[in-house]
Design a protein around this ligand. Sequence first.
Ligand code: C2E
Ligand code: CA
Ligand code: CA
Length: 562
Amino acid sequence: MNILIVDDDIVDREHIKRTLHKTSTNWLFTETESVDEGLIAFAKNDFDVILLDYRMPKRDGIELLLELRNSSLEKSVAIVMLSNSEQPELALECIKAGAQDFLLKSEVNSSRLERAILQSQARFDLEQKLYISYQKAKTLAEHDSLTGLANRYSFEEALRLSVSQKPRDKSILALAVFDLDNFKFINDSHGHDVGDELLKQVSNRIYHCLRENELFARLGGDEFAIILNNLHSIDNATRITKRILNCLEDVFIIAEIEIKMSASIGIAVYPDNSIIANELLKYADIAMYRAKKLGRNQICFFEEQMQAQFLKRYQIEANLVGAAERNEFVLHYQPIFETATTEVIGFEALIRWNFQGELHFPDNFIGIAESSHIIIDIGRWVIEEAISKIAHWNINHGKTLSVSINLSVTQLSDKSLVSFIESTIEKYQLEPKLVELELTETALLENSEHAIGVIESLSNLGCHIALDDFGTGFSSVSHLQNFPINTVKIDKSLMLASNEAKTLALIEGLSAMLHSLGLNIVAEGIEDKDSFALCQQLNIQRMQGYFFSKPVDVNTVEKTFL
Ligand code: C2E
Ligand code: CA
Ligand code: CA
C-alpha cells in the first residue's frame, strides 16, 4: 500500500513507519515535512492514503486537506489526520473538512493505525462513488440528454438569476426564443432518428456561433432559447440572432439526406418589456409566434416600436448592399470659402442616397453601413466619384480646387485603402494635396498601429488630413501633435452657439491654440453674418456653412461656383 506521510517531526514519522511495519501489509512510504512538499508529492504520485499531521510550523495539515477536497473528489484520496491535541472539536473539524479518520498520536499502535488506514480507504471509495453518481444525476437534471445543452429547468433558473443579478447599468438583457421551421415535417417524413440528429447538428452549429457567456438551452422539442447578457443596444440582439439565422443557411446532411432548415426567433428585452423572468419568456414566445406567422426564417421583437426600428434598420442594411452598383448614391458638394477673399477654394463631398423615391441623408444610413462594413465599398465609391469630379472641374475650368472626403474609422481597417486612394489620384491626375481626408477624433482614439499606419501613409502620399467635428469630443492636443494633421474643422455646433458667451470663449481659445500649432482652421456651420464676422476677427482661414451655401448637386456647383 502506497502511503504519503506529511509530518514535520522526524521522530513521529519514524514511529509511524515502525508501527506499520509490524503489520503483515506491504507498505511503501513517501515522506514530506510540510504541506507544500506534500502537495507536490501528491501531484506526482498515486497514493492510497495520506497520513497528515494536524499541526505543522508553516501551514497546518488542515490546509492541505481543504485544498484537496476543494478540487474534484474524483482526483483525491483518503486522508487520516494525526494530532497530539486531545481537543474534541479538532477531530470534528477535520472530519467536516473531509478527512476520513482522526487519530491521536498517543493512541497510535499498529493494529489501530492499520485499521484506520483500511477503513478510511473504504469510506473514501464510497464517498467518491456517491459523488460521481450525484454529478451524473445533476447533469441529467440540468442538461438535455440529446444535445447536451442546458434544459428548460436550468434555463429558467439561470434566467431568474440573470434578471435578479442584472447590474443597474444601461446595458440590456435580451431573451431570444426560437424554434425550427417545419421540424415536424422532417420528423414525420424521415423518422425520429433523422430528427434527433438534426437537432444535434443544429444546436452544435448555433453553439459555435455564440460567445461563451451566452446561455443556450433546449427548452424541449425543437424549441431553443438564449440569454443575451450585457448588450449595449437592441441592435446587438439583432446582430447575434441574425448570425444564428445565417449559420443555419447551409444545408444539413443527415443519412445522405439534404435538409434545409431555418428558424423563427422571438425576442423580449429586459427591462423594457418586463423585469420578471417568466414574463420575458412569455413575451419572447409571443414574438416567436409572430415571426412564424410572418413567414418563418424571421426575427421578431415583442415590442412594436423595437420591431419597427429593427425592420427599418434591416431594410436599410439589405438595400445598401449593391446600392453603389445600382447608381443610387449621389454626392452633393458644399463649397468651402477662404475667409480673407471669400473665394471658393474647394468642396466637401457629402453623400446622399436615392432610396424608395426619396433622397436620404447620411445620418440615416452611414451608421448602419459602418456597423455592417458595407461602408468600405460605399467609401470607395465616394472616393472615386469625388476625385474624378474635382479633377474634371479643375481641368475644364482651369482651377485648383480641393476636395474634402469623409472617412469612417471602419474604412481605416481596409487593408488596401491607401493603394486604392493612390491609384485613384493617379488615374484622374489630381495633385494629392488637393485631396483632404476628414477623420473624426474617434478614429485617432482607436490608436491601433494599423490606423496610425494608414493615416501616416495617406499623409506621405501628399494628401491632407483634416480632423473633423473638433470641439465636441476629446479635443485633445496630443492628437494634434501625434498625427500628421493639416487642418482642423471646428464643429458646427460650436459656431451655431457662438452667441453664448461660454461657447464664444471656447471658440476663441480653440482657434488661438490651433493657430499656435500652425494648423489650418475651417469653421463649419456658418449660418449668419455674425459667425462670418467672428471668423474674420479670429483669423479662421476657412469657412463652410448655409450662410454661403448648403451642400448642392453637381449641376448647381457648375452653374453657381465654376
Ligand atoms: P460632417 O462631416 O460634419 O458634415 C457636415 C454636415 O453639416 C453635413 O451634413 C452638412 O450638410 C451640414 N452642414 C453644413 N453646413 C451647415 C450649416 O451651416 N448649418 C447646419 N446646421 N449644418 C450644416 P450631412 O451632409 O447630412 O452629413 C452628415 C454627416 O455624414 C457628415 O458630417 C459626415 O460625418 C457623414 N458623411 C457624409 N458623407 C459621407 C461620406 O461620404 N462618407 C462617410 N464616411 N461619412 C459621410
Ligand atoms: Ca466632414
Ligand atoms: Ca464636421
